[in-house]
Design a protein around this ligand. Structure first.
Ligand code: LLP
Length: 440
């Protein structure tokens, strides 16, 4: 397998980036097209910056994931990690495909329910759930609560007992495995705030089995996000499988293994494991344990299905650098500023997409140097008003946006074949301060 990209690996070309994304193509007249809709048409109608998602890509990806799990012979269920993109239209689409939800807050739980996802298919994750949130989870009788500490387990037990409910619980195990991804999104190392140390897991499970209002149903883990190497998954799953055996030897019932999310996507067209490989790693660890497998995929399902459309405000030459200044900024898509993330950037116009390229820095208008989408990127000359698409922005894009610099929230559009819908209009400036109160 070729090595993962580093700073010396050449970037994929514009043509390579488009070719690797099946819901995108370049039309000689219409330019960049998603499914059957030219993105220029969307930008003409809605303006920019605008998030655009492909319903077809979402369905294709969900089905590819579930097919891979089924073909591996696994009894597996996908609980979409709502945090990746919590738009109701996306939750409803995945829910109709059969997905459950992995939620981490009252807001996400309410969203998932509002989108029609049955409570029984909801898993609640997170290192700090409030009493109010746990109460809601119990009232809704959701499928599973992944607890992350003895403190939380005891709080949940007291609450459930007082409500006359039983919480189906899976302790999240911290397997002390480095997922080999960005430091800020690694979650399974011993020093990370997440989960129960794997050495303490058996004692905690035994306590869970004794406590009122608690039914321990299995184990959970989640070692990080944007994982492009199967080895850490293998190491984590091996530890969980070992724990399943230990717990069963001690007489406990362990029905479920929740393998978390984390499967990475090839932002730079780099090789990486797909759902088949992940299914293989799960199978290798758990095949003879007769467990039901849960997964919490976020990015892999929705990331490639979305782009952020933006317009060029101006191009300027400063100290030898060509800066392309966009009307989108770090307040819209924070990933490059926050994680040094690489996103493909392609022109929307057909002529520009095949024009000669030279290096430039792509930046937003926000007053921070960190407001940089890409450095030394090979792109054609881009004049004011020309549009570009920032690729793979469907996950951790709109959900992480902020109104910094008093910039309204960008519009969102869902394309389905030749049809497209504005699923969230651009926020108005007045809405930015509509709920602010002046003291008397
Ligand atoms: N399950 C749990 C418990 C999680 O914490 C996460 C993500 C997932 C599932 C879904 O992981 P995924 O399949 O999407 O990798 N904002 C960062 C990513 C943060 C991920 C947080 N947890 C980014 O933009 O890269």
């Amino acid at each position: 397998m070729p090595a993962a990209p580093d700073d010396t690996t050449p970037d994929p070309t514009i043509a390579e980036l488009i070719a690797a994304r099946p819901h995108l193509r370049l039309h000689a007249m219409d330019g960049l097209v998603m499914e059957d809709v030219p993105l220029n048409r969307v930008a003409d109608a809605v303006g920019t910056p605008t998030w655009v998602y492909s319903a077809g890509a979402l369905r294709t990806r969900y089905r590819a994931l579930t097919t891979a799990l089924r073909d591996a012979g696994l009894d597996a269920h996908a609980h979409y990690a709502v945090k990746a993109n919590d738009h109701l239209a996306i939750l409803a689409l995945l829910g109709r495909e059969g997905a459950g939800a992995d939620v981490v807050s009252e807001g996400e739980l309410r969203r998932a329910r509002a989108a029609g996802i049955p409570a029984a298919r909801i898993v609640y994750s997170g290192v700090g759930k409030t009493e109010r949130e746990l109460r809601l989870a119990l009232t809704e009788d959701i499928g599973q609560i992944n607890i992350e500490s003895a403190e939380e387990l005891r709080m949940l037990s007291a609450l459930a007992a007082s409500m006359g409910r039983t919480a189906r619980v899976a302790p999240r195990i911290n397997p002390d495995v480095d997922a080999g991804t960005h430091d800020k999104i690694s979650t399974g190392r011993a020093g990370d705030k997440f989960g129960v140390p794997w050495a303490d897991a058996a004692a905690l499970y035994a306590e869970a089995a004794r406590l009122p209002g608690i039914e321990p149903v299995g184990l959970a883990t989640h070692i990080g996000s944007q994982i492009m190497d199967l080895a850490p998954y293998g190491a984590a799953f091996a530890r969980i499988a070992e724990l399943v055996r230990v717990l069963r030897d001690q007489g406990h019932t362990v029905r479920v293994v929740d393998c978390g999310g984390g499967l990475g996507i090839p932002y730079r067209n780099q090789p990486g494991p797909g759902p088949e490989a992940l299914a293989g790693a799960i199978k290798a660890a758990f095949h003879n344990l007769d467990v039901r497998v849960a997964l919490e995929p976020g990015r892999w399902l929705v990331g490639p299905a979305g782009v952020l459309l933006a317009s060029v405000i101006l191009q300027k030459q400063t100290a030898g650098t060509r800066f392309v200044v966009l009307d989108a900024a770090m307040n819209d898509l924070v990933r490059p500023a926050m994680y040094e993330a690489w996103h493909g950037i392609v022109p929307v116009s057909a002529a520009a997409a095949v024009a000669p390229v030279s290096p430039c820095d792509i930046v937003g208008p926000v007053c921070e140097t960190g407001d940089t989408f890409a450095r030394d990127r090979l792109l054609p000359m881009l004049s004011p008003g020309m549009r570009i698409a920032i690729l793979d922005a469907g996950a951790y894009g709109a959900v992480m946006s902020s109104p910094y610099n008093a910039r309204p929230r960008a519009a969102e559009v869902l394309i389905d074949g030749a049809a497209w819908t504005v699923v969230r209009p651009r926020q108005t400036h007045e809405a930015l301060w509509a709920d602010e109160i002046m003291p008397a």
